[in-house]
Design a protein around this ligand. Structure first.
Ligand SMILES: [Fe+2]
Length: 148
């Protein structure tokens, strides 16, 4: 994971800095048993009740249409929780001063963008990411677009 204020790559942000912006992040072990234990702990502590796995790749039908739903600034009324299993991606999160905080994620990175926090998501040039998603409530996971 690599995080920084967008347009200012000079100062890298760590997990503690991201927490200051309300974003939680972890580096999850590659070992499957250890990984499952850590995800279970996070799931129960944060009351996530459901999960699935999603994948985007150059072979995904209508990939650009799907990406266009995520790359516009939006929030959800539930946390957005992602554990990257393969590939990579870019989350931009608004801080309280309306600056973008850029978070580049890769396999093993887990991130929680809190409910009601504006953000957007991009694929990288690899155009591939496979993620586990955790949900507190599927109903909260409708994007609410800024300015809509
Ligand atoms: Fe989102």
């Amino acid at each position: 994971m690599r995080a920084y204020v967008l347009d200012s790559t000079a100062h890298a942000l760590g997990p503690k800095d991201l927490e200051h912006y309300g974003v939680l992040s972890w580096s999850v072990p590659a070992d499957e048993v250890q990984r499952a234990a850590m995800v279970d702990t996070i799931r129960s502590e944060r009351h996530y009740v459901d999960q699935d796995v999603v994948e985007l790749s150059p072979e995904t039908p209508n990939l650009e249409t799907i990406c266009a739903k995520f790359d516009k600034e939006h929030y959800h009324t539930e946390d957005e929780v992602r554990l990257v299993l393969e590939g990579d991606g870019i989350f931009d999160v608004r801080d309280d001063g309306d600056q973008w905080i850029r978070i580049e994620v890769t396999a093993g990175d887990m991130i929680v963008i809190p409910a009601n926090k504006y953000h957007r998501f991009y694929l990288t040039d690899s155009r591939h990411i496979r993620c586990m998603r955790l949900f507190a409530n599927h109903d909260g996971w409708t994007p609410m677009y800024r300015g809509a």
